[in-house]
Structures are given as structure tokens and as C-alpha cells.
Design a protein around this ligand. Structure first.
Ligand code: ADP
Ligand code: MG
Length: 149
């Protein structure tokens, strides 16, 4: 059986459009969904994450949890688990924070820099890749959403 991959590409011209895309993703999210977020520093991962939070009904400010790996928001229509694994040393650190309860729970997970923990990603998730293309302008972003598994 082949691996089924569905892909959607969205182009944004500014941060507001990326935020709005995140908001749509948050609104459409179902319990147990996992999103990974791949892209260089400053590309807009946190902007998109803030949109997802808003789409889930979270009003408190969302920043990058770089020094804590995991930030949990309980205020929206379901729990929101925001991971930023940029500074992770070993996947064992993920075990220590109990990632399985998040990945396989009733909330929505979003994992920035998920390429660093590829071996523990679930069989089914959505991979969001954000890329710049300076030929198309400083604020242009190409955002690819792939459904994996
Ligand atoms: P990351 O979390 O990937 O390191 P941030 O989301 O913190 O990046 O920062 C992205 C920066 O790029 C913000 O200052 C934002 O205003 C800016 N920006 C410019 N154009 C866009 C765009 N199209 N989408 C998202 N952010 C953009
Ligand atoms: Mg960030």
C-alpha cells in the first residue's frame, strides 16, 4: 500500500495573511490532530501558531516556548499543545515532558522544528512547511500543508 499524501500550497504576502491561514487551521482542527511546523528562523512559524490559537478560541497571548519546549493552553474549545523543540538535545526529553499524552490526546498539537524529533512523530499528521522566496519580495511566504499517513 502506498503512502497517501495530500498537499495544499498557500502563498501569503504579509504576516496578517499567514495569521489568517493559521486561524482557519485552528477553526477546522479536530481533537487529536497533530501539525508539524518546519521553516527557518524568522519565517513565520510563531505568527502561524498565534493564528491557530485564535482559531481555537484562545485569547491569551501565545509566544514561542523556546525555553520550555511545551506550552499548554486550556482556554480554547480543546487543549492546545504548543511545542518548540528547537533546543531539544535528545528525544528522551520529550518522554520526560510526557509528549505521548499530547500527541495521542484530545487536543491539538503544533510542533515547531518537528524535523528534530522525526522518529517519534505519529503515523498520521499534517506537515506545514513555510519558505521564503526573496525574488517574490521580502514578506512573501510559500506555505505547504501535507497530510501524511
Ligand atoms: P519563527 O517563529 O519562524 O522564527 P516568527 O513568526 O517569530 O518566526 O517571525 C516572523 C516574522 O516575519 C515576523 O516579524 C513577521 O511580521 C514577519 N513576516 C513578514 N512577512 C510575513 C509573512 N508573509 N508571514 C509571516 N510572517 C511574516
Ligand atoms: Mg518561533
Amino acid at each position: 500500500m502506498s503512502k497517501d499524501i495530500r498537499t495544499e500550497i498557500i502563498e501569503t504576502q504579509n504576516a496578517d495573511e499567514t495569521f489568517a491561514l493559521g486561524e482557519r487551521i485552528g477553526r477546522d482542527s479536530l481533537p487529536g490532530q497533530v501539525y508539524t511546523l518546519i521553516g527557518d528562523l524568522g519565517v513565520g512559524k510563531t505568527v502561524l501558531t498565534q493564528g491557530v490559537a485564535k482559531g481555537l478560541g484562545i485569547t491569551e497571548p501565545v509566544s514561542s516556548p523556546t525555553f520550555t519546549i511545551l506550552q499548554i493552553y486550556e482556554e480554547g474549545r480543546m487543549p492546545f499543545y504548543h511545542f518548540d523543540v528547537y533546543r531539544i538535545g535528545d528525544v528522551e526529553e520529550m518522554e520526560e515532558i510526557g509528549y505521548e499524552d499530547c500527541f495521542y490526546g484530545e487536543g491539538v498539537c503544533l510542533i515547531e522544528w518537528a524535523n528534530l524529533i522525526e522518529e517519534i512523530l505519529p503515523a498520521h499528521y499534517h506537515r506545514i512547511t513555510i519558505e521564503k522566496d526573496l525574488e517574490k519580495g521580502f514578506d512573501y511566504r510559500r506555505i505547504t500543508i501535507e497530510e501524511i499517513g
